[in-house]
Ligand binder design. Structure first.
Ligand code: DP6
Length: 362
């Protein structure tokens, strides 16, 4: 028997992924960029046991046995086994059944990137158990949950959409299968900025509500691609240029530009959700109060010191530099008294804190 345990981090997008060209392969409509948090606080943990004596694959999520036949889990397992066979890695273990236990140490499905951490951890741990190079399997994590491919790397990470020369061109039979494989392998994530390069970057997560969201990302983005005209403009005109400007801002450690692009991208993503029909509303009154707070803070501080971004939920992620943390936190607790419980564990790479209880408006 072989047993491996892995831990994987959450990532928070600064240029958002929203919408797929291919639902099955999870090929995104646009490139996206995110920061990967340290694993010290929020993380997924997966243990996998492989044994010649197991008669079937099994999966436990947060302590409860769930079906291993969910399509996204099944595809990750079969792709990893296929790759191990191709690379002649893992020996007989490729044919052994697996028992997998996975858990998140933070709320699941609340828009806090739980599926990103979960699938990246599952793929990372199994790849490791089968002797595969985990830096070469982000395209497999992507097939579990799109954003999971970005959690396979630290620092700032860019997930690239399919190059145009590989788009379309569907045909039948072997040729088509070969194209699908090439398409799948071509859309993967890569680190663009290491954790150490901009070591003073911090992330603070304000938990406004830790309940599961009412519209899943998968369903929400499907509806947006079908109904939002603003989204068409976003994907074709705005995001390609914004990704380039974001990479430049990161390379130049230009916080003001980084922050402005981050906030604009979050706002446009939520505008697309509102432009979806029927509309999708992820942010609530407290989220909007945090937006107002950040803009007021930046005005009073005499420059852009903090950026907010919101994923598919009401919780705010604030990006800021280390020297702004004390002033931000002391001002925040005056505006949102319940946030006085915020703790700031200083950890490696991108650092963050979480509020244990939902923020309340005064
Ligand atoms: C708003 O990766 O959860 O967080 O690929 O359908 O599993 P699926 O979606 P998922 O979507 C994340 C959307 C987002 C933006 C982002 O992380 O880029």
């Amino acid at each position: 028997m072989k047993i491996c345990t892995g831990i994987a981090p959450v990532n928070i997008a600064v240029i958002k992924y929203w919408g797929k060209k291919d639902e099955k392969l999870i090929l995104p409509m646009n490139d996206s960029i995110s920061g990967t948090l340290s694993t010290d606080e929020m993380h997924a943990k997966t243990s996998v046991a492989l044994s010649p004596d197991f008669t079937e694959d099994k999966l436990w999520l947060n302590g409860k046995e769930v079906s291993i036949h969910q399509p996204r889990v099944a595809v990750c397992l079969s792709e990893l086994r296929k790759l191990a066979q191709q690379k002649k890695s893992g020996g007989d273990m490729v044919h052994w059944k697996m028992h997998i236990c996975s858990e998140n140490n933070f709320p699941t499905a609340a828009g806090l990137a739980s599926s990103a951490a979960g699938y990246s951890c599952l793929v990372f741990t199994i790849a490791h158990a089968l002797g595969l190079d985990s830096s070469q399997v982000s395209h497999i994590a992507r097939q579990g949950s799109g954003s999971a491919c970005r959690s396979m790397f630290g620092g700032f990470v860019r997930w690239r959409a399919l190059p145009s020369e590989l788009e379309g061109k569907q045909s039948d039979g072997e040729e088509s299968e070969d194209l699908r494989r090439k398409q799948s392998e071509a859309s993967n994530a890569e680190q663009i900025i290491s954790e150490a390069y901009w070591g003073s970057m911090r992330v603070i997560i304000l938990v406004v509500n830790d309940q599961a969201k009412s519209t899943s990302s998968t369903d929400g983005m499907q509806r947006t691609t079908l109904t939002s005209t603003l989204y068409t403009h976003r994907v074709h005109t705005v995001v390609p240029e914004r990704c380039e400007r974001m990479e430049t801002a990161l390379n130049e450690k230009d916080f003001a530009t980084f922050a402005q692009l981050t906030m604009q991208d979050s706002n446009q993503f939520h505008a697309c959700c509102l432009d979806t029909y029927p509309p999708i509303v992820y942010m609530n009154d407290t989220s909007h109060a945090v937006v107002r707070f950040v803009h007021e803070f930046n005005t009073v501080a005499g420059g852009t010191k903090v950026a907010y971004t919101f994923d598919a939920g009401p919780n705010a992620c604030l990006y800021l530099l280390e020297d702004s943390v004390p002033l931000l936190l002391s001002t925040l607790v005056q505006y949102f008294p319940a946030s006085s419980e915020i703790s700031v564990p200083y950890v490696r790479g991108l650092k963050y804190s979480t509020t244990p209880s939902p923020l309340q408006l005064p």
